[in-house]
Ligand binder design. Structure first.
Ligand SMILES: Cc1cc2nc3c(=O)[nH]c(=O)nc-3n(C[C@H](O)[C@H](O)[C@H](O)COP(=O)(O)OP(=O)(O)OC[C@H]3O[C@@H](n4cnc5c(N)ncnc54)[C@H](O)[C@@H]3O)c2cc1C
Length: 469
């Protein structure tokens, strides 16, 4: 009888041919860290984890997966918070059951010299944000994006998610940093616009289309990154407030007076208390207050006098000021440790949303009121962007009604169900709450045109039924 190779073995052989034996992980313990997300809410089984080292190898992997009708889940540093960087668990999260391969992009770490004239640099998709920051600063510039997961999060994923972070107020989200991209489409074709030309409106803007597509339209292999001036002189203020409703008027009073405003974050005492407990550190201010705003100014010369003037003009009398790097780091740690401290306390319902600035406090109140008895609701985020991170501890993480309640409140307050983390698989079924039928149909048509077999990150962003038209 002729020997027939089973389909799974054929796939693994094709993947080994594409990236080399050493870079195809098939054993359970080797795959395991790639199969569960940072929050521990999302997991699934992959036939293999592949780790290509070149754009050509990425293209070969996509062709092999297309030939075998296998889904591809692109993954960077696996710090994503909406479940779209790990294999799907099954139909319950909107995906069909078929073999999946994790395409780990962390070996694409080439980083070119900085071009000071254009203030741009070309980088592999697997370069971490932290590595880009170090590289840019050595050239007297900066990345223009920053957030807590900087040492794991990768540039390809930052672009794929149109990430935001604490500097979006000044420099925009990652979309504003993209001067060009190289990416592999579902059929293995490579599209490349890496010249970095400021003015280039020849045809549709494919880099703009891929930005924020969360691995559903193409796999980003290289990024032409637009850098920003480096501002080493910094001053930070933590301002206690009687309530969250006082935060928006504060920003409104300060912003026009403070050209060097670099970040404006908000937290509440519930969140701060959890962080203090988690880190085992004392409170930065006594007496504690219901809410706080963290304002950072950054410039080439000391911005402290301007910050102090702006606070005085806003009628702020009490603020903790940090103008040396150690005390600034201490205050930033209290803000940046929220995600970690919440995860250490349990598996939360975690929703990244955006609302107009004036709706932020009423929205947070409405969320707290709508949560089941005994739930611990912690909100914090990027005030300047109207970006709220809602975390609810207590209710069963599998109870979808909590997420739905929060997202319906977002829609009622004129907001968006995703501000910076992405829609992922976590929120795909809620996209209609803040996107019209016509918009979703257009997204489905784009998906069907670029990925007709639906192999790229199925179930993320738009449901597979929509994607199939
Ligand atoms: C402590 C903490 C703080 C955070 N703070 C912020 C914050 O302030 N702002 C913010 O925006 N995010 C924040 N995040 C979320 C997360 O870090 C970002 O979404 C980041 O962009 C994910 O990078 P990653 O390399 O870990 O991507 P992954 O988790 O590996 O993947 C994320 C998504 O991108 C896709 N993807 C990955 N690589 C590629 C590629 N090369 N091509 C196409 N698609 C790809 C994946 O399929 C997935 O859909 C935070 C996360 C943590 C854990």
């Amino acid at each position: 009888m002729p020997h027939v190779t089973p389909p799974a073995t054929q796939l693994i052989e094709a993947l080994r041919g594409a990236v080399g034996d050493a870079h195809v992980l098939v054993e359970d313990d080797m795959r395991a860290p790639f199969e569960i997300d940072w929050t521990r809410r999302w997991s699934g089984r992959a036939a293999a984890v592949v780790q290509p080292g070149t754009t050509e190898a990425v293209a070969a992997v996509l062709r092999a997966c297309g030939d075998h009708d296998v889904a591809v889940v692109p993954q960077g540093g696996n710090t994503g918070l909406v479940g779209a960087g790990v294999p799907r668990g099954g139909p319950a999260d909107g995906s069909e059951r078929r073999e999946q391969v994790v395409l780990s992009m962390t070996r694409l770490v080439g980083l070119d010299d900085v071009d000071a004239a254009s203030m741009q640099v070309s980088a592999g998709a697997g370069v971490t944000l932290g590595a880009l920051q170090v590289h840019a600063r050595a050239a007297g510039l900066d990345a223009g994006v920053d957030f807590g997961a900087r040492d794991s999060a990768t540039l390809g994923a930052l672009v794929a998610c149109d990430a935001g972070g604490i500097r979006a107020l000044r420099h925009g989200t990652v979309r504003a940093r993209v001067a060009g991209l190289e990416a592999v489409l579902a059929d293995g074709q490579v599209v490349r616009r890496m010249s970095g030309l400021l003015k280039d409106n020849a045809g549709y803007d494919l880099p703009a289309l891929l930005t924020g597509s969360e691995g559903t339209l193409g796999v980003i292999t290289r990024v032409r990154w637009r850098l920003v001036p480096r501002h080493d002189a910094r001053a930070l203020a933590l301002i206690p407030l009687p309530g969250l409703a006082d935060a928006a008027p504060l920003l409104r009073a300060v912003r026009p007076r403070l050209a060097s405003l670099d970040a404006c974050e908000f937290l509440t005492d519930d969140g701060l208390g959890l962080v203090l407990e988690h880190l085992g550190v004392p409170a930065p201010v006594e007496p504690r207050a219901p809410a706080y705003v963290l304002l950072e100014a950054a410039a080439t010369a000391d911005p402290l006098p301007d910050l102090a003037d702006a606070l005085e003009a806003a009628g702020i009398e009490d603020a903790v000021i940090a103008d040396d790097s150690a005390s600034r780091e201490r205050l930033w740690r209290l803000r940046e440790s929220h995600t970690e401290a919440i995860s250490a306390a349990g598996v939360p319902h975690k929703l990244d949303v955006g609302v107009p600035l004036d709706a932020l406090a009423p929205f947070c109140d409405a969320v707290r009121d709508a949560m089941p008895a005994g739930a611990r609701t912690i909100v914090f985020g990027h005030l300047g962007d109207g970006n709220v991170h809602v975390n609810v501890l207590g209710p069963d993480p599998a109870d979808g009604s909590v997420d739905e309640t929060v997202l319906r409140l977002v829609a009622e307050h004129g907001g968006t169900i995703s501000a910076e983390h992405g829609v992922g698989v976590a929120k795909a079924r809620f996209l209609h709450l803040t996107r019209s039928d016509a918009e979703i149909a257009a997204m489905g048509a784009i998906k069907a045109a670029l990925d007709p077999r639906g192999i790229l990150n199925p179930g993320a962003v738009i449901s597979e039924r929509t994607a199939a038209g």
